[in-house]
Design a protein around this ligand. Structure first.
Ligand code: NI
Length: 166
């Protein structure tokens, strides 16, 4: 297992569409293992393969029980409700924005061996499913907001009584 470099906004790989995974081989397993190490080291809650320069439909998400979920060829099959909250991205360091997402999200995917499964979650993890799956079609969260904020700006807002927690 090895940490991989996280690609930053401006790199064209982040704007490309990812290909479906068809081979559930050691190369995929290595990618998933490396993505797990990388997302933990970066203190993130999710990472998509294009963020490490790989144009494959692969994401990892850490849920609120600190469990890492591997999603291969993920697809959102059901959503309900709505939430509006703060989002950031390891590829857009230091910038945050308020994004509207569904409150509950159900995802259909395959595991690292190609076995299909479905997973449903809410709140922050539901937000994370949407954010990471958007990466697979070349989209970043900042396309969904009027403007982004720095950590300092958010701090100032909080001091003025604006709730900015995720
Ligand atoms: Ni991201």
């Amino acid at each position: 297992m090895a940490m991989r470099e996280i690609v930053k906004k401006g790199d064209e790989v982040l704007a490309k569409k990812c290909h479906a995974v068809t081979k559930f081989d050691h190369k995929l397993h290595e990618l998933l293992d490396d993505m797990a190490v990388t997302v933990r080291a970066a203190d993130g809650v999710g990472l998509a393969a294009p963020q490490v320069g790989i144009l494959r439909q692969v994401v990892v998400v850490i849920n609120e029980d600190d469990e890492l979920i591997e999603l291969v060829n993920p697809e959102i099959v059901k959503t309900s409700g709505e939430q509006f909250g703060l989002e950031g991205c390891l590829s857009v360091p230091g910038r945050y924005g308020f994004v509207k997402r569904p409150m509950i999200v159900r995802v259909k995917a395959q595991d690292r061996n190609g076995v299909p499964f479905e997973v449903e979650d809410e709140g922050l993890t539901a937000r994370c499913f949407c954010h990471e799956i958007d990466h697979l079609s070349g989209h970043l969260f900042d396309e969904l907001v009027d403007r982004t904020y720095t950590a300092e700006e958010l701090e100032a807002m909080e001091e003025n009584g604006v709730e900015v927690e995720e």
